[in-house]
Design a protein around this ligand. Structure first.
Ligand code: NOJ
Length: 538
């Protein structure tokens, strides 16, 4: 039997926004547990739950104050145990986030540092500043959220934070840090989780001299940087792999490793390192056939080299929703070195087109060989909520940009489950969710879509089910050739997927019949911005 993680459909749960059982307006573990039947009926194989640890929420939970407990607003350790057990009864694997690059400034280690403990100081990256009196940061590194990556301690020294000042970077050259995280992995593996998604997997080791990065690279995701993708990080993952392996070959790691090229990513996927890693290229590709084909080719070539599955990521809690990305003519999020978000946002989104393309993209994603990641709410066709009131926004990118970058709250708005007005069944009572939901989401609730055979939810459900029935994991992909250039089409052993990203209708091939269309009534012709799955006519 092939390892489950080589062909899984993984559903990402942003826990704070998924489902609220205790009525405080934020999602929680019991809310998630109550929705496991929904996830089972969607047919997914695994859930990845974003950080559920105690956190002051300076970065939506990616600022962890205690890696061995559950955020009280989300529940308790026994709620987590019950959730894991019930997920397993339903044949759902459970992946949780691990955040090893940094802690919260409320973590006991950082508090000990602040109270002058010299051993704690060695667990973080602390340096004297530059300038005659050390009054400037030690180097020119900038935080991913804007501003310098260094903040000053009361002693006058500086500590590093690649993200918010409330997220001090750990010093992974310190063996105590390594031992602590190995123990944390065991703590959760012992509780039965099936894997970890490693946050900022590329960032743990910094260049020993902490040299300047130089003029801000055009695109920090694609340029080398002394705080990213350093060779020393691989030794850490070799040790982690041994730990996972000591439980079972089915306990896994998924890396969020943002590195300049797929070749660099392959280094994280050597047989004695991590099992799989996100490939984010779809999230950056515009809705153009050539761009989509390139993403697929690049990912598959890499998957061949490393023998790790290709991963197809359309969205996450960090990226504007596909419906809205595809609703603009401007290339999507992050596509260009100097991506001009203001210009992108200035264009009025055409959500009718965006929704239609997002449905086609779902059929594309789910027909590809490898692992598919669905971000919660994309199965409902939710759009990015772009008009959140300023005083409700919580993402640190919003604050640290001086309130110019709208940040990532728009894809984190709590899910609409039922009913016709907010909170749309997200909370049991009338408590409004921590981010306000658009009034028109009554049409998009899971309950409304459940009752509509043509809904986005039913499309996802059919696609996930048919994928299992029609696409044995090991069947390779072959491009269909001799077709219009605006079409992406490939075959997998008696199956074809066609996506029309152009403006003209396209005739589907003779001898094949449509088993699933991204819109109703696709027959011999594939309309623009739609997709179809085909099998051979008997
Ligand atoms: C990546 C996570 O996905 C993002 O939400 C977070 O802000 C950063 N890592 C920092 O932990």
């Amino acid at each position: 039997m092939q390892n489950w993680w080589k062909s899984a459909v993984v559903y990402q749960v942003y826990i704070r926004s998924f489902a609220d059982a205790n009525g405080d307006g934020a999602g929680d573990l019991n809310g998630l547990r109550s929705k496991l039947p929904y996830l089972s009926s969607l047919g997914v194989d695994a859930i990845w739950i974003t950080p559920w640890y105690p956190s002051p929420m300076a970065d939506g939970g990616y600022d962890v104050a205690d890696f061995r407990d559950i955020e009280p607003a989300y529940g308790t350790l026994s709620d987590a145990d019950a959730l894991i057990a019930e997920a397993h009864e339903r044949d759902l694997k459970v992946i949780i986030d691990i955040v090893p690059n940094h802690t919260s400034s409320e973590h006991p280690w950082f508090k000990a540092l602040l109270s002058g403990d010299p051993a704690a100081r060695k667990k973080f990256v602390v340096r004297t500043g530059s300038g005659p009196r050390g009054e400037s940061p030690p180097n020119d590194w900038t935080s991913a959220f804007g501003g310098p990556a260094w903040s000053q301690l009361p002693t006058g020294e500086w500590y590093l934070h690649l993200y918010a000042p409330e997220q001090p970077d750990l010093n992974w050259d310190n063996p105590e840090v390594r031992a602590e995280f190995e123990d944390i992995l065991r703590f959760w593996f012992d509780r039965g989780i099936d894997g970890f998604r490693i946050d900022v997997a590329h960032g743990l080791i910094k260049h020993p001299d902490l040299p300047d990065a130089g003029p801000r690279p055009d695109d920090w995701r694609t340029q080398p940087h002394p705080a990213r993708d350093q060779d020393g990080v691989h030794e850490i993952y070799r040790a982690w792999r041994k730990i996972a392996q000591s439980y079972s070959p089915e306990r896994i790691f998924v890396a969020e490793a943002v590195v300049p090229t797929n070749n660099r990513l392959a280094r994280y996927l050597r047989p004695d390192e991590l099992h799989t890693a996100f490939q984010f290229d779809f999230t950056r590709a515009p809705w153009r056939a050539e761009a989509l084909r390139n993403v697929i080719d690049d990912a598959l070539i890499q998957a061949d080299i490393v023998e790790a599955p290709a991963t197809w990521v359309l969205a996450s809690h960090d990226i504007p929703r596909p419906v809205t990305r595809y609703a603009r003519t401007q290339p999507s999020f992050d596509v260009q070195p100097e991506w001009d978000r203001a210009r992108w946002a200035a264009e009025q989104p055409d959500h009718v087109t965006g929704r239609r393309r997002a449905r086609a993209a779902a059929l594309l994603q789910l027909a590809l060989p490898g692992t598919a990641y669905i971000y919660q709410g994309d199965e409902l066709g939710l759009e990015e909520v772009e008009d959140l009131p300023a005083d409700s926004r919580q993402d640190p990118t919003w604050q640290q940009s001086g309130y110019t970058d709208v940040g990532r709250d728009g894809c984190r708005v709590p899910l609409p489950w039922s009913g016709t007005s907010p909170p749309f069944g997200f909370s049991p009572g009338e408590e409004q969710p921590w981010l306000p939901q658009p009034a028109h989401w009554g049409d998009l609730t899971a309950a409304a879509q459940q009752a509509d055979a043509a809904s986005c939810l039913q499309l996802y459900r059919s696609a996930v089910g048919l994928r299992k029935a029609l696409l044995p994991p090991a069947t390779p992909l072959q491009w269909v050739t001799g077709i219009p250039k605006d079409v992406v089409a490939f075959a997998r052993d008696g199956f074809q997927c066609w996506v029309n990203a152009g403006r003209n209708p396209v005739r589907l091939p003779y001898g094949w019949k449509v088993v699933l269309g991204s819109i109703p009534d696709i027959d011999v012709v594939l309309p623009p911005d739609s997709a179809a799955w085909l099998t051979r006519k008997a």
